[in-house]
Design a protein around this ligand. Structure first.
Ligand code: 6R9
Length: 657
């Protein structure tokens, strides 16, 4: 961003109070209760987090220091404390909840398996012994490349049990990405499967793993292979072992290894705008604490809830709200392996109905995709058990929010729009469902103990409601990343240098309205500069999605000799794509341009609209605007386009079809 601020033009005035029925039973039942938590954290920051850490976690050895800030921004939390994450997620629930379901798993083909806390504990202990037998010791890195099956959680928890550091690589990533991550982490062991199911097809995980290991990954000594699809695969003697064979022989008793609070729990690689992926490193105690507090504050989790977070464990959301958060608080969760549209687009709603899901957490991309199929489909399932809905991953367009609220939640369920990042570990800015009135498209207010601000280029707070700036976090927090694996300098450069170590810079642009609510405008580099006006791509996209015929939109800028940048919009319609595409000549494109002019202002009118059948997305469902920009500018594509359903879509994006 340059020194001019971003102009915000989208005006959203709808306000939804928490339903009285929800608030009546909620942990944080009203604004006063929320304010008193925020105030407690403000007045005695360390005391607040110390109380939380004592209340939520079971310690083997108590901590004395709460926050060690002697070497900023390399903050440390609960430094003398010792605990074990898997003990906190499993063992401590065995007293009262041994027979409670921990995981209800449904495969894409419909098979259901339930694991109680006792069963999950046993399997984790067995697998932890397997890891030890394979020579894994505390601090060793283990890469996990599995489909979305309970064994992914088992493998992660088993690592935590013996102090090994896991690094999960999403099953949809290529051999090349897997290789890069294994090599950066210098992992000793790889855990994979013969294959996974996705949209009725088999993903060849073992074959990809074999390609990754060919001629590289010298640190890998063993590969453990889960039999899941049962199809034939190649096994390399002396290196590859079948999971079921070694698990069967392993003892089901395994003492947890007590580790220091700061002991690394996992690495999770995220791709940055430039350079190689960053191994985001999280610490044991602070991270686990964040998952437990947010499960309670944001999801208002109760013993009888059935919680379903649809994210894959290869993504941070799957770490915090599948593997760790629900187990840390002893909840029951649903896990589903397949895609939302298999065998038909009613699958998510059928899963909610069949497993009586009470809390449902998904991404805006899934909501927009399912919204395309209309209101009747969800209406044909019984969704009356739902009490709370959540979103994560991208700003949710107000119209998608309204659809989610009306059609899925039946105007009965609050929506928590949770803003956070791989780096932040857990939710940072989000409504507290029983206490904070929501506005469609806003993630509302920072959680207790979290200090966020919007600042300008000089680091000064922006207070005018229609001006955006950099979203920053002004105080350390327990679940924050500790560093980038093996690269302390890059950690400083990426997140702290911009304001000389004073603030954590999230890389997003945002604004705050009169009520102090935060509105995420997108990544800071997704800002357009049209004739000197700085516009967030997100707002133009939301205006387009608000048009009844539009299902999804992505907006990018192109250099323009006169205006600085011109606006190109890619649009997916609810029905079929018009046969004739082009430079705005089609009548529908004119309609849309006029609509945007009316909604935002003539300055935001797209110069060109391209109707397409699909958009390039990251594996976690974010629109790849950088790739779209490359395409828009007619440059050579160097990014991975494998998430596009077909080559034909690439031609449409290029405006050639
Ligand atoms: C959890 C996760 C982080 C980036 C983040 C922001 C975007 C996430 C959002 C949101 C608006 C929300 N983002 N949640 N934007 N509203 N509720 O997604 O982590 O994959 O690291 O991505 O996602 O741009 O900076 P990660």
């Amino acid at each position: 961003m340059n020194d001019k601020n971003i102009e915000s033009t989208l005006c959203e005035e709808r306000l939804f109070s928490p339903p009285a029925e929800f608030s009546a039973k909620a942990r944080i039942p009203d604004r006063a209760a929320f304010d008193s938590l925020v105030q407690a954290a403000d007045e005695n920051f360390e005391g607040f987090w110390s109380d939380q850490a004592k209340a939520e976690l079971t310690w083997h050895k108590p901590f004395e220091t709460v926050l060690d800030d002697t070497n900023p921004p390399y903050y440390r939390w609960f430094t003398e404390g010792e605990l074990n994450v898997s003990f906190n997620c499993l063992d401590r629930h065995l007293k009262g909840k041994a027979d409670k379901a921990a995981i209800i798993f449904e495969g894409e083909r419909g098979e259901v398996t339930t694991l109680t806390y006792r069963q999950l504990h046993q399997r984790v202990c067995r697998f932890a012994n397997v890891l030890k037998e394979q020579g894994i010791v505390p601090g060793d890195r283990v890469v996990i490349y599995l489909p979305m099956v309970p064994e992914a959680v088992i493998a992660m928890q088993a690592c935590a049990r013996i102090g090994a550091i896991h690094s999960v690589v999403f099953g949809g990533f290529s051999a090349e990405s897997l290789k890069g991550r294994i090599e950066d982490a210098e992992a000793k062991l790889l855990i994979t499967a013969d294959g996974g199911y996705r949209g009725g097809r088999i993903i060849q995980l073992k074959a990809a793993a074999d390609r990754a290991l060919q001629g590289g990954c010298v640190s890998i000594q063993r590969v453990i292979v889960l039999q899941h699809t049962g199809h034939e695969i190649a096994m390399t003697g002396g290196r590859d072992l079948w999971w079921h064979q070694i698990e069967a022989k392993a003892d089901s008793h395994c003492e947890p290894v007590w580790v220091n609070a700061e002991h690394p729990l996992f690495l999770l690689y995220t791709s940055g705008s430039t350079g190689k992926p960053k191994g985001i490193q999280h610490a044991s105690a602070g991270y686990l604490l964040g998952t437990a507090t947010t499960m309670k504050w944001v999801f208002d989790i109760r013993d009888e809830d059935i919680f379903w977070c649809t994210a894959d464990v290869g993504w941070v959301t799957g770490h915090s709200y599948t593997t760790y958060g629900p187990l840390a608080v002893g909840a029951t969760m649903v896990m589903y392996e397949g895609v939302p549209t298999f065998p038909d687009p009613g699958r998510f709603w059928k899963l909610c109905q069949d497993h009586k899901v009470t809390i449902f957490y998904t991404a805006p991309t899934a909501i927009r995709a399912l919204m395309k199929w209309g209101d009747d489909l969800p209406a044909s399932y019984d969704l009356s058990q739902l009490r709370l809905l959540g979103t994560v991953g991208e700003p949710i367009n107000p119209e998608a929010w309204m659809w989610y609220y009306r059609i899925i939640g039946n105007e009965r369920c609050p929506i928590v729009d949770t803003w956070w990042q791989t780096e932040t570990g857990v939710h940072m800015i989000s409504p507290i469902p029983g206490a904070i009135p929501t506005k469609p498209g806003s993630c509302t207010l920072p959680l207790p103990g979290i200090s966020a601000a919007v600042v300008d280029e000089k680091g000064e707070s922006i207070t005018t409601a229609d001006r955006g700036g950099y979203l920053v976090i002004t105080r350390p927090w327990p679940a924050m990343l500790r560093t980038i694996w093996g690269d302390d300098q890059r950690y400083y450069e990426t997140y702290w240098r911009k304001f000389d170590g004073k603030y954590y810079v999230a890389g997003d642009s945002a604004r705050r309205d009169e009520d102090g609510y935060f509105w995420i405008m997108g990544r800071a580099d997704d800002v357009l500069n049209v004739s000197g006006h700085r516009l967030g791509t997100m707002e133009i996209e939301s205006a387009l999605v608000a048009y009844p015929k539009v299902a999804e939109a992505a907006v990018v800028g192109r250099p323009d000799a006169i205006k600085g940048e011109s606006i190109l919009a890619y649009v997916i319609l609810k029905g079929d794509r018009p046969a004739k595409n082009g430079d705005g000549g089609a009548p529908l494109a004119e309609e849309l341009r006029a609509w945007v002019a009316e909604q935002i202002g003539p300055i935001a009118k797209p110069d060109e609209i391209r109707f397409v059948d699909g958009l390039p997305k990251t594996r976690s469902g974010k629109i790849m605007r950088r790739l779209l920009r490359t395409i828009a500018q007619g440059e050579t594509i160097t990014q991975d386009t494998s998430t596009l359903e077909s080559e034909a879509i690439l031609a449409q994006l290029q405006g050639k079809a």
